[in-house]
Design a binder for this molecule. Sequence first.
Ligand code: DAH
Length: 339
Amino acid sequence: MKEQLEQIKGSALAAIAGAETEQALEEVRVRFLGKKGELTAILRGMGAVAPEDRPKIGAMVNTIRAEIEESLSARFGDLKAQSMERKLREERIDVTMPAPEKKVGKLHPITQTSNRMVEIFTGMGFEIAEGPEVESTYFNFDALNAPADHPSRDDTDTFYFSENVLLRTQTSPVQIRSMEGKIPPIRMISPGRVYRSDVADATHSPMFHQCEGLVIDKGITMGDLKGTLATFAKAMFGERTRIRFRPHNFPFTEPSAEVDVSCFVCGGKGCRLCKGEGWIEILGAGMVHPNVLRAGGIDPDVYSGFAFGMGIERVAMTMFGINDLRLMCENDARFLEQF
Ligand code: DAH
């Protein structure tokens, strides 16, 4: 029995020394110390040993077991250290290698332009208002004083869901929504999407963006409108920018104007950007029509106000020198990366 134990010990220690991987070592452990292991088998066979010899044999088995365990754990530690070293060697980082290029995303030119507008107007104390893109004819036309035969109401120009529900054709309905239930002063802008039944070309798109503006208080005049838009234009296009009002007609304002900014490339002399005009049209504006104030529940004898509506694509295309509106919707990274 004693020789058998010595032999087990010898072959166990040899196997441990010969195990080259942690897995191989684990197999050695199972082979000798596992439930069906060689040493365990000896303990199981103790029944056949004479009772007076049992304590001696038991003590020997325990000693050998302890020796094998100690050797196992020492070898295990070695192998672990070796594999860690190998791993460190293999995964070594060459700090002199150029770093992989980091792709940083960018905001779409429309978003950048809209954000800048919001920044400028909120800086002047305007609040941001929102309205639904699926709108009623009441808010989109009737409350805005649009006559029943106004061409924009035509279903060749406007996307209708039903007789009274449409995709808003302008951000102006937010004017009415901002007035309802409010006591002036009101100072809001509302950037958002609008829809018109146009075929896409370089300057038309069935979906585009506008930024509406509305100010209502006692004693608001056209001078306030001019001052506000001049301040905006300088902040948006540069300190030397001037603005120009041309008479126009909108149902919801009286008087109404189209507003141009002096070309920020040539300063007004005429160049390619402004097509030789020296001026670039950016928005429509005017003094809020009394009927519109009434529709919003505001007394036109007490309050007055101005409104404006700006095309965001138009401003973005001018500022970034983009010549085809369709590029804005194509999501081509080569285009978008430039801005
Ligand atoms: N809603 C007009 C459009 O889509 C733009 C506009 C003009 C808005 C004059 C206004 C305004 O608020 O006063 O063409």
